[in-house]
Design a protein around this ligand. Structure first.
Ligand code: FAD
Ligand code: DHB
Length: 388
């Protein structure tokens, strides 16, 4: 088979790129390791920046998000039992959308199917060839046969554990990494959220986050030890621990219920540089990971896709390579700012082992954040999403 762009991975990055390219008349195929059901079963991000909302609209799949998504004009911190609110509209004139990654993925999959675009799910042994030559190819197996796709460009949108980044010669890539000494235990339940805004909780027992997916479905997270196993956390223990970390009002308002999903995720900061290798272009988690505290992972995937789709449109419609030549530098400038913000917010709100000095720094920084309008505006500006 021959196409213009072969996209590896049907997560938000790959699906969004495929849709945007299609709308500009650029042929693409998506090759995905898992089944669509498996892709949709992964419960991940929930907060979408305005710029990512606009991009989903531009891809032509924003209608359900506009109807069912919850626009949030602020967020709250609860520090040692006391709440503080940041008003995004007053501080930045912007807001964010609460709408699950699973729903975005579903909308993109439905849009792709409606447009009749090719997607090969359950592909295995995916391999990239000749990325530095003029005619790269992708080979894989699926449906009991071998496949070969000839293309002009390969978009590596296959997440942190994907094959694309690993196909690059080790001397051509530099990586930066920080691993945090704790994980997040997430629980999804069909119960109304404890508050109509997200609550980020800093407590001596550890960080907690109260989030939501809809007026009837809530998502909670607890900072847990990396040594913990999901079987150590029956639902009752989760709710008991969450209550210990919340303030009195949240305790009174919390409605617990059985977990629809429960999982532990490690926290990591990671960046690979550059993001372009010949005709292979990395986007999203394939190139970088943020700890989830600032809700930036999905949003960064969308911003990479914005730069990359514009660069490919310039290549095909204007015969210009300028966008492709600048893709890596443009994307990384935004990536590093989101890395900084996610690292800062993680450091600010979690309990670190043996960190008495760090704890004092957290308290001083939080006090400054609550009392200084400039500090609050800097937080809000990053949270709602920096401009391109
Ligand atoms: P992915 O969503 O990882 O998609 C990559 C796709 O490529 C997958 O479908 C995968 O199956 C496929 N693939 C992998 N290998 C291959 C291969 N060899 N061949 C073909 N296909 C392949 N962000 C937040 O903002 N808030 C959160 O709460 C949050 N929670 C998270 C929890 C977990 C457990 C994880 C892993 C991430 C979380 N994130 C969160 C981050 C956010 O979900 C990601 O940043 C986002 O999914 C990135 O999208 P992506 O398309 O780049 O990668
Ligand atoms: C969610 C996850 C986050 O990391 C975050 O900062 C806000 C919300 C969520 O899954 O709802």
């Amino acid at each position: 088979m021959r196409t213009q762009v072969a996209i590896i991975g049907a997560g938000p990055a790959g699906l969004l790129l495929g849709q945007l390219l299609h709308r500009h008349g650029i042929d693409n195929i998506i090759i995905e390791k898992h089944t669509p059901e498996h892709v949709l079963s992964r419960i991940r991000a929930g907060v979408i920046e305005q710029v990512a909302v606009d991009l989903i609209d531009e891809a032509g799949v924003g209608a359900r998000m506009r109807r069912d998504g919850l626009v949030h004009h602020g967020t709250q911190f609860c520090v040692d039992g006391v709440r503080h609110r940041f008003d995004f509209r007053e501080l930045t004139g912007k807001s964010v959308m609460v709408y699950g990654q699973t729903e975005i993925t579903k909308d993109l999959m439905d849009g792709r199917a409606a447009a009749g675009l090719p997607t090969d799910y359950a592909a295995y042994d995916v391999a990239l060839h000749n990325i530095f030559g003029a005619h790269p190819t992708v080979t894989y197996r699926g449906d009991g046969r071998s496949h070969q796709v000839e293309c002009d460009f390969i978009a590596g949108c296959d997440g942190f554990h994907g094959v694309s980044r690993k196909s690059v010669p080790s001397g051509a890539i530099k990586t930066y990494e920080r691993i945090y000494p704790f994980g997040w235990l997430g629980l999804l339940t069909d119960r109304p959220p404890v508050s109509d805004e997200l609550i980020y909780v800093r407590h001596e027992l550890g960080f907690a986050l109260c989030s939501m997916r809809s007026p009837t479905r809530s998502r909670y997270y607890l900072q847990v030890s990396l040594a913990d196993d999901i079987n150590d956390w029956p639902d009752e223990r989760f709710w008991d621990e969450l209550r210990l970390r919340l303030d009195g009002k949240a305790n009174a308002d919390l409605v617990d219920g059985p977990a629809l999903e429960k999982s532990i995720a490690p926290l990591r900061s990671f960046v690979a540089e550059p993001m372009r290798f010949g005709r292979l272009l990395l986007a999203g988690d394939a190139a970088h990971i943020v700890p989830p505290t600032g809700a930036k992972g999905l949003n960064l995937a969308a911003s990479d896709v914005r730069y990359l789709s514009q660069a490919l449109v310039e290549r095909y419609k204007e015969n210009s390579d300028i966008g492709l030549d600048h893709y890596s530098a443009r994307a990384l400038a935004r990536v590093w700012k989101a890395e900084r913000f996610s690292w800062w917010m993680t450091t600010l709100l979690h309990t670190f082992p043996d960190g008495q000095f760090e704890q004092k720094m957290q308290s001083a920084e939080l006090d400054y954040l609550f009392k200084s309008r400039s500090a609050a505006a800097a937080f809000a500006e990053n949270y709602v999403g920096l401009p391109f």
